[in-house]
Design a binder for this molecule. Sequence first.
Ligand SMILES: [Zn+2]
Ligand SMILES: [Zn+2]
Length: 189
Amino acid sequence: MKCCNHTTIDAVAACKSCGRGLCSECADVYDIPTCPKCFAKQKEQELCECKDNISNTCQDMKYGSMRALLSIVWHGIFLSWGLLILFNALYHGKVVNGDVIGNIMMAWGFGGLPWAFSTILKRDDSIEAQVRRATETAGEGCVGLVFKLFFGIVIGAVASPILFIYNIYKYSTCKKKTLEAKVQLDNMS
Ligand SMILES: [Zn+2]
Ligand SMILES: [Zn+2]
């Protein structure tokens, strides 16, 4: 067998991909003996994979920023509601007492309730499991639910403002990363 690049020189090795002959000089070009054609093919494939990865990241970041935006709007509504209660009390010259603070916490708590339930209070929460638990222990289930609701509102009230701010940060980082990925893709093509 002759070298595929130098047709007059005897081959001492074979391309690991296609098996064509390579002379000693050609066999030493890459760590693994590879002919130029196969090397180019490999490079192209790597570039494709790289592009795929970046466009996947781009997609993930797009979804991430969408979720963050939804969260900002959701928590924004309940935070505004709470602030409205506060400003209303101040506007009418009322003392900001426990009642007013309680109402604000209630408003924020409703905003944070979905988060509280889905993260802190989540247990075996398939619908079937919930129904089974509730019917097995009807009384206990009710008390448990009321307790969970109360607890959810309390931690939700604390979590809601934090989530609002956190998601603003997340939205901006996702947007930034989406743009970076787009620039990378543009540069590659
Ligand atoms: Zn080859
Ligand atoms: Zn050669």
